[in-house]
Design a protein around this ligand. Structure first.
Ligand code: AMP
Ligand code: MG
Length: 414
């Protein structure tokens, strides 16, 4: 059976970043990857700028930092000086205001004593250009200030706005369709009848897609009936990624693999040596996209069929789907693995590498981890307090307190 690492390699070999699109710089763009070099349209600062509230003066007028000068003007940020500072003169100036011509330094207000139209300054440390930010010091018009590949963090939003950009070429978020399958499933709003359970995986997968920065679309619940299943799957294949939940094991009514084949989806793996989640299937539907994001897009569509047991679905998404979403957005696809110290003993026996729900915490002693009380793939309730998955090797092991383990972080917070 394929290892998780081999399976992930197969997934990532199928993914390339979605073609860039001109996108408004709005909150949803946060975290996306820039797909163009961006040049400044102006010098920053656009003028010699005062960096302190105080007096703009000529350093030649100072004797050991002292002088008594005549105030000729007052300039606030947003205003433009109208008179030049001449010998024996000073202009009162606010932070962010343009320097008047003739002046070559600013003395901060705390070092000045004003009486009527006179100011006495005393600052022995003042030198030429003190407290003045030279025009173009930060950037020059025409200079590249951001390169393609930059991740749009708050800093990049600030910089892009500074150079006049309200939109930019970015790799867009993939559209991800979600389809739950199973005759036993009813919507969360319904009280289940005999033999029925609620569709917990649908909303859970939708939230995982959002957390991974994809754009989810819920297709609802498909019956374990070939025609209905195919119809809804075909609709899902209009997205960039189709996630199926359930119906992928070896039961008589596990119709997903067959239905995918009939729709021209090529299965690249089915079953991975892992727990929970062994039956997971990955396939691609090659050829032009029926609803391209942009003109040049010809990306294949990816299909992930996840096992129906909730924790298997949860784990398989983090291990295989999330990296694919990120790679489509040109983000680094590698999982967020850390080494963490066990805080208590944990005995565990398994025949396949197991991704065990666990609680990861940052402490004075570094990362620590504790296994959640969890009985296996159907136990979403037991997995709920976890914020990570601890990788437990196959075999019969007693993992001791103080031992370090590999842990997959799936949340940004403790
Ligand atoms: P399956 O993968 O279809 O064989 O389903 C495995 C187990 O997961 C069964 O007990 C299903 O009832 C359960 N299951 C399947 N789909 C869902 C779902 N969408 N939400 C919650 N449980 C599910
Ligand atoms: Mg089923």
């Amino acid at each position: 059976m394929l290892s998780v690492a081999e399976a992930l390699k197969i997934v990532l070999a199928q993914v390339k970043p979605l073609p860039a699109m001109m996108t408004p710089l709005e909150p949803v763009t946060l975290g996306m990857v820039l797909a163009e070099d961006v040049a400044s349209d102006l010098d920053m600062p656009p003028f010699d700028k005062a960096m302190m509230d105080g007096f703009a003066l000529r350093t030649a007028d100072l004797r050991e930092g002292q002088a008594k000068l005549t105030i000729v003007e007052e300039v606030a940020a947003g205003q433009t000086p109208t008179v030049a500072v001449q010998q024996g003169q000073a202009t009162r100036i606010m932070t962010g205001a343009p320097m008047p011509s003739g002046a070559d330094a600013v003395v901060m207000i705390e070092r000045c004593e004003v009486t009527n139209d006179q100011v006495r300054v005393n600052d022995p440390r003042i030198a030429l250009r003190s407290n003045v930010l030279a025009k173009g010091r930060e950037m020059r018009a025409g200079e590249i200030v951001l390169r393609a590949g930059a991740r749009l963090r708050p800093q990049e939003f600030g910089l892009l706005a500074t150079v006049g950009r309200t939109a930019a070429q970015v790799h867009p978020a993939p559209r991800v369709a979600i389809l739950s399958t199973g005759d036993e499933l009813v919507d969360a709003s319904v009280k289940p009848g005999p033999g029925q359970i609620r569709n917990g995986n649908g909303p859970m997968l939708m939230a995982q897609v959002c957390r991974a920065r994809g754009v989810p679309r819920m297709l609802g619940i498909a019956k374990d009936e070939p025609t209905h299943l195919r119809t809804l799957m075909a609709e899902g294949l209009q997205a960039d990624i189709l996630i199926l939940s359930g119906g992928v094991s070896a039961g008589k009514f596990d119709l997903v693999p067959g239905a995918l084949a009939e729709l021209g989806v090529q299965t690249l793996f089915h079953k991975v040596a892992m727990k929970p989640g062994k039956p997971v299937l990955f396939g691609v539907k090659a050829g032009p996209h029926p609803q391209p994001l942009s003109q040049e897009e010809r990306g294949d569509r990816l299909v992930f069929a996840l096992p129906g047991n909730p924790v298997a679905s949860l784990v398989c998404f983090e291990l295989f789907v999330r990296p694919a979403i990120r790679a489509m957005m040109a983000l680094p696809a590698d999982g967020n693995w850390v080494r963490a110290t066990m805080v208590s003993d944990h005995a565990f026996r398994t025949d396949r590498p197991t991704y065990h729900p666990a609680r990861l915490q940052w402490t004075d002693a570094g990362w620590t981890v504790e296994a959640a009380a969890w009985f296996g793939s159907p136990d979403l309730r037991g997995a709920q307090p976890a914020n990570a998955f601890m990788l437990l090797p196959e075999g019969d092991h007693l993992h001791r307190a103080g031992q370090t383990m590999d842990v997959l972080r799936v949340e940004d917070f403790n």
